[in-house]
Design a binder for this molecule. Structure first.
Ligand code: E4P
Length: 218
């Protein structure tokens, strides 16, 4: 399973990129708004940091023709731009147009397998089921990943599943086991995936033993 970073914060993207673990970036209007910067300038800077990996940038309109117009403007920012579209009838129409133009898309706000199937059939490159938000309403978000993964496998569907709305590192493991192709995770989740108390204790012990043995240092 590949890891994408779910943020519009360029410093977080830079740090995660340096770790060598990031295979893509996803943003959304809330994440962009949180940064308080110009949308296009932010996306351009993300392209300059990680231009070689897919970067999802979302349209704002709810009408297909306007989504297509906005998506085309975003696509001009680089060949790695993926047009993120909401899971609505208009979003599907726009997805289909982009698919025919060879422009990659990410259909977002997916909360059911039927939505995922429709998005895939409309030609979506990626479908984004939101795990955390389903958990928030007492549904088991991970079941949706399992279901979509099974449907896509049985029917040879090529769209990739991005497990989204990931809240903690257990979600990442569960998504991988459930067959998700990708998990898009906030930077703080990447940080928590690095840490283990036994790693910290082990380092402390190694260094104390080294000190005690009075070895020549490097
Ligand atoms: C995915 O592409 C979305 O940006 C994101 O995962 C939403 O997560 P949230 O439910 O934490 O806002």
């Amino acid at each position: 399973m590949k890891l994408f970073i779910d943020t519009a914060n360029v410093e977080e993207i830079r740090k995660a990129h340096e770790l060598g673990v990031v295979a893509g970036v996803t943003t959304n209007p809330s994440l962009i708004a949180k940064e308080g910067r110009d949308f296009f300038e932010t996306v351009k800077e993300i392209v300059s940091i990680v231009g070689e990996v897919p970067i999802s940038a979302e349209v704002i309109s709810l009408k297909a023709d306007e989504m297509i117009e906005q998506g085309k403007k975003l696509a001009e920012l680089g060949s790695s731009i993926v047009i993120k579209l909401p899971m609505t009838a208009d979003g599907l129409k726009a997805t289909n147009v982009f698919s025919k133009l060879g422009i990659p898309t990410n259909v977002t706000l997916i909360f059911s397998s039927t939505q995922a199937l429709l998005a895939a059939r409309a030609g979506a490159t990626y479908v984004s089921p939101f795990i955390g938000r389903l958990d928030d309403i007492n549904q088991i978000g991970m079941n949706l990943i399992k279901e979509i993964s099974q449907i896509f496998q049985v029917h040879g569907i090529k769209s990739e599943i991005i497990a989204a709305s990931v809240r903690h590192s257990a979600h990442v493991i569960e998504a991988a086991l459930a067959g998700s192709h990708i998990a898009t995770v906030p930077y703080k989740v990447i940080e928590s995936m690095i840490k283990h108390p036994l790693t910290d204790a082990g380092i402390e012990r190694f260094l104390a033993d080294w000190e005690g043995a009075k070895q020549n240092s490097f």
